[in-house]
Design a protein. Sequence first.
Length: 415
Amino acid sequence: MIALVDCNSFYCSCERVFNPRLNNKPVIVLSNNDGCAVARTKEAKALGIKMGAPYFKIRDICKRHDVKVFSSNYALYGDMSHRVMRLLSEFSPEMEVYSVDEAFLSLSGFNNLYEYGLEIRKKVFKNIGLPVSVGVAPTKVLAKIANHIAKKHESTKGSFVLYPNNDKVLQQFDVENIWGIGRKSALKLKSSGIYNAYQLKNSNEKYIQKKFTIVGLRILKELNGEPCIDLEAEAKNKKSILASKTFGKPVFKRQEIKEAVATHISTAAEKLRKQNSLARYILVFIHTNPHKNIPQYSKSGHAKLLVGTSATNKLIKYGFEILDKIFLPQYEYKKCGIMLGDFVPKHLSQLDLFGHHDELKDEALMTALDRVNSFHGKHSLKFAACGVYQDWKMISKMRSQCYTTRWSEILSVKS
């Protein structure tokens, strides 16, 4: 048996933990640059606020109904996610962290699964303050459906156990909501007369495999209780790392874009070091705003490194060389980003016979950098190339405090 534990309205719930006055009130969290609604409480959903709705279109609704609006606070959400996952690991010997707010737990051999789900909910809420829903089933796909039922129906009290022979539930579950089936696949299934999970479960296997490849066949078998998607208890190393963000204002100067590129490289290089890998490929891209009636320009460049590295200073140097080749001064830029790739394990690195070997010095420098930032907070120590004021940074005028990651923003209670 597998349990899927999913935090309810995760971003909004994180905001409520440190501001109880938000309880039972409509709350939304916006995407980068305060663009679109990416998280909504049930009270906000009841007002008709759709996922992905641009903020400028729902601003009047928010004012009229006193909806509390927040900019994304990824430092807070990331730390709260880490706390949840650490607690969930106590409930099972095997766990797969699926996303920032979801985790699969192996419950094979456990008894009283419904009550165990309630216990998980109770402990997470008591220790961390976040509401979660628990769906338990023999396969991942069924566990996803069970979690959906647990979240939507109050009678379940947030915990639901689903078996393949529960035809009533599967008949009421729309095929487009099944995990792993996209919008186009759902339209193809409906055109074939398959509208719900029950009908897909009882479809011809050869037909489904022919129309929807092996992925569709696995989903069909999982609906029948046959596990085809394994629990990945160990996180796999990334094969590439992308870092990019939209600017908070139009950017024209090369220097501002250099600061952004250096900042993105610093973030990606830190992730690279955490998985003990070295990058042998770097890509930099810049582009203007395609939704604005202005001269358009989009360009990318890349470099293949003879020797892999995870040293931020070296990667910044390569990134600047690429940017100098692709930057044109007469345009209004909206976004830039970088990607690191062609990874090799650190212990398998091949040195350049004729190069200047300063790997030990780089490693000592990066170790010191990571230790300082781990203790004092992200970007406490950074390269000067990242800039000081960073006027290009994304807009987050309504961001809450980083209550758990910055001493200067720790929650204070007045008597």
